[in-house]
Design a protein around this ligand. Structure first.
Ligand SMILES: Cc1cc2nc3c(=O)[nH]c(=O)nc-3n(C[C@H](O)[C@H](O)[C@H](O)COP(=O)(O)OP(=O)(O)OC[C@H]3O[C@@H](n4cnc5c(N)ncnc54)[C@H](O)[C@@H]3O)c2cc1C
Length: 400
């Protein structure tokens, strides 16, 4: 975690951003939140957050007294510091105790473009990622970000917001939807000014009617040349470790593959490796869950990486409607986790290992159940291990 180190004394009038994960109730706990507080309340705010189970991933001094608009949520009612307690400098122990893993990530760009002043990106390509006979539509869509002032930059594992054209049922402009970035920071063309997404068109039946999602339909149908309102980037939950020898376990279902595609390109795509100078030497293991073979996303690329880097990449597929688990039921990603429980936990015991889960929220209970059983087989308690891994910055979850 980056912590302001400049001037800090009792009359310090600066304002600070405190970036927090796992704080609040319900959906709020999933999101990263930013609180803006004066220096005089920094210590007590940090204590309040810590008491309520939040993990502080960054504390930044800002100039002036306005917030950065990253999250309109007001600061929590900061508890008053004990009577007579002097304000601690900005490098307070409570801050420095936050997980060390956050340190290299503090500089990642966040909220360069906000909903009121989005960047207007131009669609350069939009093609289907699924094959004949697939269930549903999933597209790969790329936007040109050139000419932005400031330039919209991002790193692997972040998301961007898209504001669809048009208005909602109340005549108000549509709100933004978040999408995980599927490209590396250099973009698919290595020119460092494009961003790509992997979008599934939401479609469901209600009262005999087929309903299609607003933003996902807008994106899946969009033509090259169209201008699109883009916000962000946001998110620090899914960032890759900087260690070239890290091990990376990836659990993805459907479009949850988006950040994993960015990681795998960073690790194994030749042009990307030349550009990023990051010579991954650890083990990357992708578990991918889809309903049918034609629903596998970026499969040819991953098969190619497997051929080129057999000592560094493993690719395990769970194709629910075509494969059977040990009990004769449908093969889901959690069944694959169970099959490889021993190897997974041997890897997890290595402090260089990070695990990433991304996809629909519904995948979480199954994975949790599988990890519980897998941990038990090694004499470990997943309900204790998971928060410990999370705290150590090695268990990364982004589900939606
Ligand atoms: C961090 C993050 C990353 C994401 N990354 C991706 C990504 O990479 N790719 C991707 O495709 N999506 C991603 N999403 C999801 C995305 O943000 C949108 O939620 C999704 O595209 C649907 O938006 P929409 O405008 O098409 O649907 P909307 O028009 O907003 O409709 C969604 C609403 O429809 C209702 N609904 C949905 N399903 C049903 C159902 N079965 N029955 C009844 N009602 C239902 C719910 O009320 C739901 O809120 C991500 C979300 C988050 C939070």
């Amino acid at each position: 975690m980056r912590v302001s180190t400049g001037r800090a004394n009792q009359s310090d009038s600066r304002m600070f951003h405190v970036v927090v994960e796992g704080f609040g109730i319900g959906q709020q706990r999933q999101a990263e939140r930013v609180f803006t507080v004066p220096f005089s309340q920094l210590q007590s705010t940090i204590q309040t957050i810590a008491r309520q189970g939040g993990v502080i991933t960054g504390v930044f001094a800002i100039d002036g007294s306005s917030g950065n608009g990253a999250d309109p949520t007001p600061a929590p009612a900061a508890e008053t510091a004990a009577a007579g307690e002097a304000p601690t400098p900005a490098t307070a122990p409570a801050v420095t105790k936050a997980p060390a893993h956050a340190t290299p990530h503090a500089a990642v760009p966040v909220n360069t473009y906000k909903p009121k002043t989005p960047f207007l990106g131009t669609v350069t390509e939009n093609y289907s990622l699924v094959g004949e006979g697939a269930i549903g539509r999933v597209n790969h869509i790329t936007f040109d970000l050139a000419g932005g002032e400031p330039q919209l930059e991002y790193v692997e594992g972040q998301s961007i917001g898209i504001i669809p054209e048009g208005t909602d049922a109340n005549g108000k402009p549509h709100k933004l939807r978040l999408y995980s970035i599927a490209s590396t920071r250099h973009g698919d063309n290595m020119a460092a000014h494009t961003v790509s997404l992997c979008v599934r068109q939401l479609e469901y039946e209600q009262d005999g009617e087929t309903i299609k999602g607003v933003c996902s339909s807008y994106l899946c149908d969009i033509e090259p040349g169209a201008k699109v309102k883009i916000t962000g980037p946001v998110g620090k939950e899914m960032l890759l470790p900087e260690d070239e020898e890290a091990n990376v376990i990836m659990l993805a279902t459907g479009t949850g593959i988006a950040p994993m595609r960015a990681y795998l390109r960073r690790m194994f795509e030749p042009a990307e490796r030349d550009k990023n100078g990051w010579q991954f030497r650890g083990k990357a293991w992708l578990f991918m869950g889809v309903p049918k073979t034609p629903n596998l996303l970026y499969d040819a690329d991953f098969e190619h990486y497997l051929k080129e880097y057999p000592d560094h990449f493993r690719y395990t597929k769970a194709i629910s409607r075509e494969q059977q688990n040990a009990k004769g039921g449908r093969m889901y990603i959690q069944d694959r986790v169970l099959e490889h429980a021993d190897e997974i936990f041997t890897l997890i015991e290595d402090p260089k290992t990070h695990a990433y889960m991304c996809g629909l929220k519904g995948m979480e209970p199954g994975i949790d159940e599988a990890m519980t059983a897998a941990a038990a087989a090694k004499g470990l308690d997943w309900s204790e291990l998971r928060p410990a891994l999370k705290k150590a910055g090695r268990w990364h979850v982004e589900t939606y």
